[in-house]
Design a protein around this ligand. Structure first.
Ligand SMILES: Cc1ncc(COP(=O)(O)O)c(C=O)c1O
Length: 440
C-alpha cells in the first residue's frame, strides 16, 4: 500500500475506479452493489448526469470566491430552497463541508444565541448515549458512541448524556410505547433539573439514530415531549439529521414525521449526495433574528463555507429529488425493502430486530434472539460482515457497540433512492450468502 494515512493501516482497500448508478467498480474490474451509499451519502447513486452537468457548468463560471468578500448564486439558491422546505418561514442556512463542521457550527450558534441574550452561563449541551455527532474535538465530546470515543478517553469533554429512545432494548415488557416515550423523555427533564437550566444551552440528538445503533426511530410522541421540555426550560433543541435527513426516511427532514420544529438542524451526506463535500446548519427564524436584532455578527467562518461548486451540486441534488419525486418513492418503497428483509431474515436465530424508516433500515445481530444477548465481540462480527460482503460484491454498513454497554452489532442499509426492486433482490441474495458464511 502507499503513503496514505489510511483509516486502518492494516487493511487492504480495493481501489475504486468508476461508479455509475448503484455500482462501484474497482481497479480489478470487480463490481460492488452500493446498498449503503457509503455511509448514507450517495442518495442519487453514482454519476447522476444532472449533478455532473451542474458541477461542470458551475466550475466553468466560478468554482470559488471567498465568502468573506462575496456571496455566490449557488449558495443563495440552495439556502432559499432548503429554507423553503423548512416548516417555518424565516430560517437561514449556513453551508460547510461535512457533518462535524455543521454540528460544530450548530453548537457555536447555540452558545452565541444565549450570549446575545445575556445568558453567558448557558454552556453545557446535553446529548444521548450511543449517538454520533462528529470527529472534531467538540462534536466527538458530544457523541455518546463509546467505541468511537475510546481512543480519546480522558481528553474529551464529558457533559451529561441521557439514554437514547431505543425501544428494542429499553422498552419494558409491561410498558406501552407511549409510556416508554414518556419515561425516556423525562430523563432529559431530570438531568436539566439536576444541572440547572441556567447552565444548559441545548439538547442535541439524532432524530433517527444512525451508525451507532442502526436506524433506530424514536417511539411515538418522544420528540414532542422533548420539544416541550426544552421549551419549558428555555433550552434549544438541535437535531442532527446528517445521516437521517435529506429524504432518507421518506420526508425531507426526518423530524417532519415527529410533528415538531427544532431550533437548529444539521444536514450533510445526502444534500451533496457524495458529489462534493457539503453540509448545512439551518437555524429557525428566532435564532437568525437574534443576530439581526442585536446587531451581532456571525463570526463562525471557514475558508470553504458556502463553496459555489458544492452548493451548485446541492441545488442539482435537490432538482433530482424534486423532479424525479424520489422522496415519495422512498416513502412508498421503504416498506417493501423492510418486508424483503423480514421475509429473508425474520426467522434467523442471530437477527434480533429488523427496523427502520424509508431507505434507512437495519438488522440488529444478537448471539441469543430470545434474550437479545449481545455477541462477545460485536465489533469483530461487524468487521466480518463488512469484509465478507465486500468479498461478494456488496457494500453495506455494519456497526457495533460494546458488549459491556449492553450493545451488540447491526447491519445498516441506506441504499440510493434510485434503487429498483431488482437491486433489493440482489441485496437479499448476497446478504443471505454473507450471513450464512459469518454465522455458519
Ligand atoms: C449523525 C452523524 N452526525 C455527524 C456525523 C459526522 O459527519 P462527518 O463525518 O461528515 O464529519 C456523522 C457521520 O457519520 C453522522 O452520522
Amino acid at each position: 500500500m502507499g503513503s496514505v494515512f489510511y483509516r486502518d493501516l492494516d487493511q487492504h482497500y480495493p481501489v475504486a475506479m468508476r461508479a455509475r448508478g448503484m455500482y462501484i467498480t474497482d481497479d480489478q474490474g470487480k463490481k460492488y452493489l452500493d446498498m449503503s451509499g457509503g455511509a448514507a451519502v450517495s442518495c442519487l447513486g453514482h454519476g447522476h448526469p444532472v449533478v455532473l452537468t451542474a458541477i461542470h457548468l458551475q466550475t466553468d463560471d466560478l468554482a470559488f470566491a471567498h465568502t468573506g468578500f462575496f456571496t455566490n448564486s449557488p449558495q443563495e439558491k440552495l439556502a432559499a430552497r432548503l429554507t423553503a422546505k423548512f416548516p417555518e418561514s424565516g430560517a437561514r442556512a449556513y453551508f460547510t463541508c461535512g457533518g462535524s463542521e455543521a454540528n460544530e457550527a450548530a453548537i457555536n450558534l447555540a452558545w452565541r444565541y444565549w450570549r446575545a441574550h445575556g445568558q453567558n452561563k448557558k454552556i453545557k449541551i446535553i446529548t444521548r448515549r450511543d449517538s454520533y455527532h462528529g470527529n472534531s474535538f467538540a462534536t466527538l465530546s458530544l457523541s455518546g458512541n463509546l467505541a468511537r470515543r475510546a481512543s480519546m478517553d480522558g481528553i474529551l469533554l464529558d457533559w451529561p448524556r441521557i439514554a437514547p429512545c431505543y425501544a428494542y432494548r429499553h422498552q419494558q415488557q409491561d410498558e406501552s410505547e407511549l409510556e416508554y416515550a414518556k419515561r425516556a423523555a423525562n430523563e432529559l427533564e431530570a438531568v436539566i433539573l439536576r444541572e440547572g437550566a441556567e447552565n444548559i444551552a441545548a439538547f442535541m440528538a439524532e432524530t433517527m439514530v444512525g451508525a451507532s445503533l442502526g436506524a433506530v426511530a424514536p417511539a411515538k410522541t418522544y420528540f414532542q415531549q422533548i420539544r416541550d421540555i426544552c421549551d419549558r426550560h428555555n433550552i434549544l433543541l438541535i437535531l442532527d439529521e446528517i445521516m437521517c435527513g435529506s429524504g432518507r426516511t421518506g420526508s425531507f427532514f426526518a423530524f417532519e414525521q415527529e410533528d415538531i420544529i427544532p431550533d437548529i438542524t444539521t444536514l450533510a451526506k445526502g444534500i451533496g449526495g457524495g458529489y462534493l463535500p457539503l453540509a448545512a446548519t439551518i437555524a429557525r427564524a428566532k435564532i437568525a433574528a437574534t443576530f439581526i436584532d442585536t446587531g451581532k455578527k456571525n463570526p463562525h467562518g471557514h475558508t470553504y463555507m458556502g463553496h459555489a461548486n458544492a452548493c451548485a451540486a446541492g441545488c442539482a441534488v435537490l432538482d433530482v429529488l424534486d423532479n424525479e419525486e424520489l422522496i415519495d418513492k422512498v416513502q412508498r418503497e421503504g416498506p417493501a425493502l423492510q418486508n424483503g428483509l423480514r421475509d429473508a431474515f425474520g426467522d434467523h436465530p442471530n437477527i434480533g430486530d429488523i427496523r427502520g424508516r424509508g431507505f434507512f433500515q437495519a438488522m440488529e445481530l444478537v448471539a441469543d434472539k430470545a434474550r437479545k444477548t449481545p455477541f462477545e465481540n460485536p465489533s469483530q462480527i461487524a468487521a466480518q460482515i463488512k469484509d465478507t460482503a465486500m468479498q461478494y460484491g456488496l457494500i453495506c454498513y455494519p456497526g457495533a457497540g460494546r458488549k459491556e454497554d449492553g450493545l451488540s452489532a447491526h447491519i445498516l442499509l441506506a441504499p440510493p433512492f434510485i434503487a429498483k426492486p431488482t437491486h433489493f433482490e440482489e441485496l437479499i441474495e448476497k446478504l443471505q450468502t454473507v450471513i450464512a458464511e459469518v454465522f455458519q
